[in-house]
Design a protein around this ligand. Structure first.
Ligand SMILES: [Ca+2]
Ligand SMILES: [Ca+2]
Length: 239
């Protein structure tokens, strides 16, 4: 019994979702897919984990960062990738079947099992929706004020060569969270629930990696109770 208790405790510790700081952007961010804006250097960087060992193919690294200012929540993804593939080009196409990254955002953690989903492929095509009760997906919702761009370090849909990777920047106006949140600019100390994911490769060699482990038995990112926590902070003034 002791052993069982120890096992459960270990499992609970393993399942504890992570926390990250969202620091205030020190300078303007140009949303062009290139992560060379000085402000990104101040952001906390997190890397994704690969929860499903049975998935085949290279476990390619993803580094994500978040920032905010008086208008936007910014998210960047830096994806190492030796073969860039993406085909979908229309709004709300199933971009998750391409090389794609995702953000699931719940601005009011006291409400459970509802979030905004943004799934964005290497062609900067956006599939956005509200997902709730683990069942209902409203893709007719379109976030009109989102800025989104990618930068490719390689050739798209050419399998004969070796690529380096791709990066994506997205800026989401805080006003877009009206209804699911209060739609106002956060105050320092505010906490939101969020997860970040990446789909990489083509079947049958395809990997799902995540910031916070969804703890689901099959590769599936949708598990709101396993979202991590983001905390909005102001950047400490430079000495
Ligand atoms: Ca939509
Ligand atoms: Ca790829």
């Amino acid at each position: 019994m002791k052993l069982f208790t120890a096992f459960v405790l270990a499992l609970t510790a393993y399942a504890q979702p992570p926390t990250m700081e969202v620091r205030r952007a020190s300078q303007k961010i140009v949303v062009d897919g290139k992560l060379d804006d000085p402000a990104w250097k101040d952001a906390q960087a997190v890397t994704f984990q690969f929860p499903w060992d049975k998935q085949k193919g290279a476990k390619q690294k993803t580094t994500a960062r978040l920032l905010w200012d008086s208008q936007y929540l910014y998210i960047s993804y830096d994806c190492e990738d030796n073969d860039l593939t993406a085909h979908f080009e229309k709004r709300d196409d199933p971009t998750y079947r391409d090389d794609a990254v995702e953000a699931f955002i719940n601005p009011r953690p006291s409400q459970t099992d509802v979030y905004l989903g943004l799934e964005m492929n290497a062609k900067a095509t956006l599939y956005d929706y509200v997902y709730f009760q683990s069942r209902y997906l409203l893709k007719r919702l379109n976030l009109e004020g989102v800025q989104l761009a990618t930068h490719l370090r390689g050739t798209l849909n050419a399998s004969g060569d070796r690529d380096e990777g791709w990066s994506l920047e997205v800026a989401i106006p805080f006003t877009e969270f009206e209804g699911i949140g209060d739609g106002k600019v956060p105050q320092p100390g505010d906490k939101w629930a969020l997860n970040l994911n990446r789909w990489d490769g083509t079947e049958p060699e395809r990997r799902l990696s995540q910031w916070s482990n969804s703890m689901l038995p099959e590769p599936n990112p949708h598990q709101a109770k396993q979202f991590g926590t983001i905390v909005f902070v102001t950047t400490a003034p430079k000495p």
